[in-house]
Design a protein around this ligand. Structure first.
Ligand code: NAD
Length: 798
């Protein structure tokens, strides 16, 4: 049967229900968001003279859930305008809407009883054949399906999103025995292709995969902390980035999640597992019980493992003393390995920490050892394969490496022998690996990735949409490269220019490989993708290099640098073959200028794009100012006599205020992306999508854009923008230096002192960009801004 999901009903409009409805809206899917009818009026409703039978009151919960989406941070919606795709309602008056839904997702409180009641109601109203799922964190899907009709059971499964649904990549899909395999296949494909999620199929066991291993990891961390007499802050210093985990580490994460929520999830395992040894780990220690009863739940109650206080007008974060449950100043863990583990590649850093014989190394090793062993014991019970466990932990808990990847990274044999020496019981299959001299859990070759399962290596199923640049390089597909950039053959006649400098900052090294990329593409290939798989596409030009030149007053050098960059972006723009840029994450300043110069942008949905040069006291001078102006001019219909000024003013504001998009969709609204540029929802499909775009453009007989003159607003327009900057200064919104930068920017955007309506060449605007840039670079306040950005990582407003 051919299926599609056009309309969804989300039952429960709390944190997760509203978040899921928002993500559906992000990808253009309409939903009904339904919740219970309130039993009493709020004082505001009473004051308004409302009664319990009024729709406004009856829909209150869902309306509130929807409205909170506009205030939540980070933003659940790609664009606030998408909120209109969500229709609130209630579970008494609007149940008939369930008939229209292709997918009904239950997201109510975590209680089997309540969930079963809601599912029974859904059964009465749903259309046979429609999909029904539960967003439970760990309740048995089989138990929930009990008592429902056969059609319902066949179309019922678990779909466990992580919080927040827009940003967390993991979606656990949990079929029960009777779920139709076609429904599972369809939902997996839908979740990956349409929702952009990383799907892991789970067995219907308590807490599924990520919450089972993750909760275990947290419980053993608490246990090791108590045994070793560490402070919560000391544990966090080790269990965050040094172990390849998020900055919020262990206890700051718990504060965000809420201790009550965490305990609920841990108790679920405690109550549902048989093995007394496993049970004991999930037993909540007395100090946590005490924290619960005192309401020390974390951020939502203002105190948890940490507490923010104001002392002498300054904010300070205090840490909880576990013994006395009072707060004390934070302390640093004195352990040389924490410092030593900052250098080297990921493997080296992990090995330095985990094999160190100091307090950091000790707790890091004990926590890791126990978590790895638990994951190994659970293979077969919670998942038939290793990849699912690794992916669940990376995508659901933000670990850089899953347990088996980490085990291998620190040396499978060395780590396993140490575990044995320490008297640990190893699962039989791990003993077997050790005996047979198997070196690791994974093997990669030209045929694909293989995982070691049940005595042999088995191929891991991979989507063709996933391209790994790292793997291509290992396979010898790097055509050229230096320490900052590589040129990689993606196959089918398409090359990829990859940046891999620190922060992917742009400098001469990258331009050198880029030049070669253009020559090579012109000679032997169909086209080029500019993309990478680092943390961000590029945070811009190398500020350090520019600051040094400016401080040394090497104006000729700086002029040459800017000219070289301008020539580069122009050569991308007028290149005879298609160039598709694939930005994602931070795509700022020079990073944007490169992306904007290609034939087309294929952006990840999560792209934070902006011309932010004013933050370091400069203006975009690699063609960015000109390109944004051109994009706004393109909005004016051909031959129209429309006034140019309002368009130019928008460009002026966008650059002067260094506006950065919160999504690719917003980048289109801000004008950074053209309406014809396209978006990839799944982050791992980005390079593949960009490559397909190159091939499609090439096949259509790609022609570079024709050189066109640009009509400018000239001197009168310059005066308008200058006046705008002056008023902002007078009103105290901007500093004197901001005003100076704004005036330089206005001069470029106006096309200098020409009569209004003059048509100018692109090169003329580039010269103005460069002049403004150089004169600002000589300003002490601009240099102070650059310095501040380099040392503090945020803009200085001086
Ligand atoms: P929440 O408390 O924010 O929202 C629960 C919603 O259920 C509320 O809007 C409430 O009005 C509604 N509700 C309560 N009783 C109901 C009933 N009898 N009938 C219908 N609706 C009822 O909770 P949440 O955090 O959104 O969690 C919802 C589900 O998602 C739970 O199963 C939870 O375990 C799961 N989950 C939560 C997270 C998370 O981080 N919050 C993550 C993954 C999964």
């Amino acid at each position: 049967m051919s299926r599609s999901i056009k309309r969804v009903a989300v039952i429960g409009s709390g944190v997760m229900g509203a978040g899921i409805a928002a993500h559906l809206a992000n990808v253009g899917i309409r939903s009904d968001l339904l919740d219970i009818v309130p039993k009493s009026l709020t004082p505001e409703e009473e004051a308004k003279g409302l009664s319990l039978d009024k729709r406004e009151v009856r829909n209150r919960l869902a309306e509130q859930g929807k409205n909170k989406l506009l205030k939540a941070s980070p933003a659940p919606l790609y664009d606030p305008g998408r909120i209109d795709l969500i229709t609130p309602g209630n579970l008494e008056d609007n149940l008939d809407r369930l008939k229209k839904a292709d997918w009904i997702i239950e997201v109510v409180v975590e209680s089997l009883e309540v969930k079963k009641e809601v599912l029974a109601k859904i059964e009465t109203y749903r259309r046979p054949g429609s999909i029904v799922s539960s967003n439970t964190s760990g309740i048995s899907i089989t138990a929930m399906a009990e008592g429902r009709s056969e059609d319902f059971r066949r179309h019922f499964l678990g779909t466990h999103f992580f919080n927040p649904p827009r940003y967390m990549k993991l979606l656990e899909i949990i079929p029960h025995q009777e779920t139709d395999p076609d429904v599972v296949r369809f939902m997996k494909d839908f979740a990956e292709r349409i929702l952009g999620k990383g799907v892991v199929l789970c067995k219907d066991t308590v807490n599924f995969i990520a919450n089972r291993i993750g909760t275990y990891g947290l419980m053993v961390t608490v246990d090791e902390m108590l045994k070793g007499g560490y402070g919560v802050d000391e544990v966090d210093a080790v269990t965050g980035p040094p172990l390849g985990r998020p900055k919020s580490a262990t206890f700051r994460t718990l504060d965000v999640v809420g201790l009550d929520t965490f305990v609920h999830v841990a108790r679920n395992v405690y109550e549902n597992v048989e093995d007394p040894k496993e049970k004991s780990i999930f037993h909540i220690p007395p100090f946590m019980e005490e924290m619960l009863s005192r309401g020390m739940l974390g951020s939502k109650t203002g105190q948890g493992f940490y507490k923010q206080v104001k002392q002498n007008g300054e904010k300070e974060i205090l840490a909880l003393d576990i013994e006395s449950l009072s707060y004390r100043p934070r302390r640093k863990l004195a352990a040389p390995s924490l410092q030593a583990a900052k250098t080297g590649d990921r493997k080296e850093r992990l090995r330095t920490l985990l094999y160190a014989k100091d307090r950091a190394g000790e707790i890091a090793w004990n926590v890791t050892k126990r978590t790895l062993l638990y994951a190994a014991e659970k293979v077969g019970e919670i998942s038939e394969d290793l990849v699912s466990i690794d992916q669940a932990m990376k995508w659901g808990f933000g670990w850089e490496l899953g347990p088996f990847e980490l085990w291998e990274a620190i040396g499978f044999e060395k780590a396993t022998r140490r575990m044995k020496e320490e008297g640990e019981n190893l699962p039989d299959w791990i003993e077997e690996m050790l005996r047979s001299g198997i070196k690791g859990f994974y093997r990669t070759d030209r045929e694909g990735i293989f995982q070691y399962l049940k005595g042999s290596y088995r191929k891991v199923e991979e989507r063709p949409e996933f391209i790994s640049l790292e793997r291509l390089k290992e396979e010898g597909k790097e055509v050229k490269g230096n320490k900052s950039a590589s040129l990689i053959d993606l196959g089918d006649g398409v090359l990829c220019l990859e940046f891999h400098s620190t922060g992917n900052a742009l400098g001469s090294d990258i331009i050198q490989v880029a030049r070669f990329a253009l020559e090579e593409t012109e000679r032997n290939y169909e086209g080029l993708v500019i993309g990478n798989q680092g943390k961000n596409f590029s945070a811009g030009a190398n500020v350090m290099m520019m600051l040094l030149e400016a401080q040394d007053e090497n104006w000729d050098e700086l002029d040459l640098l800017v000219r070289e960059f301008q020539r580069f972006t122009m050569s991308l723009k007028y290149f005879p073959k298609p160039i598709v840029a694939a930005p994602f994450g931070m795509t700022l300043g020079g990073g944007y200028e490169v992306a904007a110069a290609g034939s087309l942008i294929q952006a990840s949905a999560e792209t934070y794009m902006g011309l932010v040069e004013t933050g370091v006291g400069l203006i975009p001078a690699g063609g960015g100012t000109k390109e944004l102006l051109i994009r706004f001019m393109e909005r004016i219909p051909e031959g129209s006599k429309a006034d140019l000024q309002p368009y130019v003013n928008q460009v002026f504001e966008t650059i002067a205020f260094a506006k950065v998009s919160t999504s690719a969709l917003e980048a289109k609204k801000l004008g950074y992306m053209r309406p014809t540029d396209t978006i990839s929802i799944h982050p791992d499909h980005l390079l593949y999508d960009a490559k397909q775009k190159v091939l499609a453009l090439a096949q259509k007989g790609y022609q570079p854009p024709q050189k066109r003159k640009i009509k400018v607003v000239g001197e009168p327009g310059y005066a308008v923008m200058k006046l705008g900057a002056y008023s902002m200064r007078q009103a105290g919104y901007i500093s004197e230096h901001d005003q100076k930068i704004a005036e330089k920017l206005a001069f470029v955007l106006a096309g200098g002192r020409l009569p209004a309506g003059t048509e100018v060449e692109e090169e003329y605007l580039l010269d103005l960009e460069r002049e403004a840039f150089l004169s600002l670079a000589g300003e002490p306040k601009t240099q102070a801004r650059m310095q501040y950005m380099l040392s503090k990582g945020k803009p200085l407003r001086n």
